[in-house]
Design a protein around this ligand. Structure first.
Ligand code: RUQ
Ligand code: CUA
Length: 665
């Protein structure tokens, strides 16, 4: 079957042309379907009869009927090859993803919240949202950005009110999740944050020097040696007003961050815009997808050439260069030159290997056994398979490409079931495609033979993740497709529609893919990562030794008011059911008040809150935790302090008073 996305040599055509052609085909088809024509086949008519004919449904209709799929011609694979089937439940019973009331999910899912700047914790397979962890945003429900500690952390990280978080990654020990930490990038502001999974709280945010947009984020396997961040936007180095309109001098930076201190240890400047990064399972190579090796600043400049280059960073070689002083220091960080012309990239052991891919690919994921990295084509309907061992042994960059199967239109992200299959999201086809990795390595480049099956999803998908797919031993039972470009699948709620996460059953990779659940999601559920529940051990109360020396543990007995200056006062109080240690306290008009509150409850579950009307104060305090808020008492009067959690039958009576005396001087 002829393909409309490549020329005779298998090279991708101009991307605009491909997309435009595809859209036109869809439009033509919709027009045809709008005018009912006599069916050649009764079952086709029945299939189509109940459909609301919108673009979102259309892909489903096309895939469900061979005749329509043939017309669509939008994928070389739909209805095209004997081994390419579109999954249909065909009488199989729907796998049960329901989790009974009171039962727990098997997996924690950590969703990056996109523009919301938060992390969401979602149970799999139920898809129930369990918790939201504010990261780059503020969130009154958890007092995040209201208590002193989190406010200072946000201020020190740039004093910004939001982030665009894309890629959550979990800490590893021996290549498996150890349940300690999660890191996530802020694409909008070049930051990386860490969430402590003992408390499900953000405990550090670092503003990575010299970068404007951290896009890819990954940990160095197998033991979280570094957290890597891909600087996507090219800027002058340093970006201090020099080279404003001289894009030849712009660079993007690959950054290595110490997971404990969150300091940036070193950076490597490279050609092109860095996209996503993953590491091999030994931590030797960090592999980044990239686009715009042209160094352009407009779309046409960025897509001028047929090729872009994946960057494979040889981590020990870069460490040696840093050790040997082969860097320039910029804003306190050693920056090693990894551009193609760098002296460090000549010879047989370059610090960064440049591997050609079709232009403007997207994303890279390393498979579970660490043999291959997979780079989705985005504009090309292929996935480039990189042989990681060959990075070391071959001097010809073309040799490291182990395969390039043709999987469908708009491939963006790939995930794994641990049984030799890859699953790739197809943005334009609105499908998840399952294909055989070894078959793809053995097949000719551009072959569709490795494709096993396609599953329709609704809306255009972005990330796709199977359970524990990023470990060395994926579980492969469930897969989530995170869809983009929300349209109209749920009750309309105004012009901005809910996004959509879809749960697909894949068995251990031996089953046909089956869509089992649809869930609306708040914009934007960008990416997710799953850990089996046995790998996490969250605390049920705070361990006060974790903040000893930083914050006081205030008991009922030592609740007190201490004047610390002419215009400053410390107020320290406990909280328990159903009273505060201080029934009231007096300060003076204009005082800066630092209020410290400890929740002295010894049992789990009992949270207390502290709200002071008109002072923008809210603390949310778990058992055995202490929180502080600093504010100015600028209006004389009586202010009722109340608890914001309904903690007992006497919750409404759980109160204290702040008495603000007029200042006469
Ligand atoms: S990558 S566009 Cu997650 Cu597809 Cu940021
Ligand atoms: Cu404490 Cu309500």
């Amino acid at each position: 079957m002829t393909d409309d996305t490549t020329d005779a040599d298998g090279d991708a055509l101009d991307p605009d042309e491909v997309v435009e052609r595809h859209e036109n085909q869809l439009d033509d088809l919709l027009a045809e379907v709008d005018e009912p024509t006599p069916a050649e086949d009764d079952s086709t008519t029945l299939e189509l009869a109940g459909l609301e004919l919108s673009r979102r449904d259309f892909v489903k209709a096309g895939a469900a009927t061979g005749a329509m799929a043939g017309l669509a011609g939008c994928s070389g694979n739909i209805g095209g090859g004997s081994n390419n089937t579109t999954s249909s439940p065909s009488g199989s019973s729907t796998p049960d993803h329901k989790v009974a009331p009171g039962e727990h999910d098997e997996y924690y899912g950590f969703w990056s919240g996109g523009q919301s700047g938060e992390i969401r914790v979602i149970g799999i397979p139920s898809m129930r949202e369990l918790m939201r962890v504010p990261v780059f945003n503020t969130e009154a429900g958890r007092g995040y950005g209201y208590d002193d500690q989190t406010t200072e952390m946000l201020e020190e990280a740039g004093d910004l009110t939001w982030g665009d978080n894309h890629h959550p990654v979990l800490s590893e020990t021996d290549g498996d999740y150890d349940g300690e930490y999660l890191w996530v990038n802020d694409k909008a502001n070049g930051r990386i944050a860490r969430v402590n999974l003992k408390y499900f709280e953000t405990d550090a945010i670092t503003n990575v020097p010299n970068t404007q947009a951290i896009h890819g984020c990954s940990v160095q396997s197998p033991d979280t040696g570094y957290v890597f961040g891909n600087g996507e936007f090219r800027t002058p180095l340093p970006n201090d007003g020099r080279d404003l309109d001289n894009p030849d001098e712009y660079v993007s930076l690959f950054s290595a961050i110490d997971p404990e201190t969150m300091e940036t240890e070193w950076q490597v400047k490279v050609d092109g815009n860095l996209d996503i990064v993953d590491t091999d399972k030994d931590g030797r190579w960090a592999i980044s997808s990239a686009y715009n090796d042209e160094g352009g600043v407009t779309v046409s400049e960025m897509t001028r050439d047929d090729r872009d280059f994946v960057k494979a960073f040889d981590v020990p070689a870069i460490e040696e260069a840093v050790e040997a002083g082969e860097y320039e220091e910029v804003n306190g960080v050693p920056v090693v030159d990894g551009t193609q012309d760098s002296s460090l990239n000549q010879g047989d052991s370059p610090i960064v290997r440049y591997i050609p891919t079709p232009k403007s690919p997207h994303c890279v994921e390393v498979g579970p056994n660490g043999d291959y990295a997979f780079v989705a084509g985005k504009l090309s309907p292929t996935v480039t398979i990189i042989d990681i061992d060959a990075l070391d042994s071959s001097s010809d960059p073309e040799d490291v490409v182990a395969g390039r199967p043709k999987v469908g239109l708009g491939p963006l992200h790939t995930t794994f079931d641990g049984n030799g299959h890859a699953y790739t999201s197809l943005f334009i086809d609105s499908q998840a495609v399952k294909w055989d990795i070894e078959a793809a390595v053995e097949a000719e480049q551009g072959s569709t033979d490795p494709v096993i099956e396609k599953q329709d999803v609704h809306y255009n998908p972005g990330h796709i993740q199977a359970v524990e797919a990023m470990t060395t031993d994926p579980d492969g039972e469930w897969l989530v497709s995170l869809n983009k470009l929300s349209k109209d699948r749920f009750l309309p709620v105004g012009p901005i529609h809910p996004d959509n996460d879809q749960l697909i059953h894949i068995g251990q990779g031996e089953k046909e893919m089956e869509l089992v659940a649809d869930h609306p999601a708040y914009p934007e559920p960008h990416d997710c990562v799953f850990a089996h529940r046995d790998k996490l051990d969250p605390a049920t109360t705070w361990d006060k030794s974790d903040y000893e020396g930083e914050k006081e543990f205030v008991t009922q007995e030592n609740s007190r008011v201490e004047r610390t200056g002419e215009r400053s006062v410390d107020v320290k109080t406990s909280s328990m059911r159903s009273e505060y240690g201080l029934k009231d306290f007096t300060v003076k008009e204009g005082d800066e008040v630092t209020l410290t509150v400890t929740n002295i409850e010894g049992v789990r579950d009992v949270i207390h809150g502290v709200a002071i009307p008109d002072h923008d104060v809210h603390l949310s305090i778990a058992p055995q935790d202490t929180r502080e808020a600093t504010f100015t008492a600028d209006e004389p009067g009586v202010y009722w302090i109340y608890c914001t959690y309904f903690c007992s039958a006497l919750h409404l009576e759980m109160r204290s008073r702040m008495l603000v005396e007029p200042r006469d001087d």
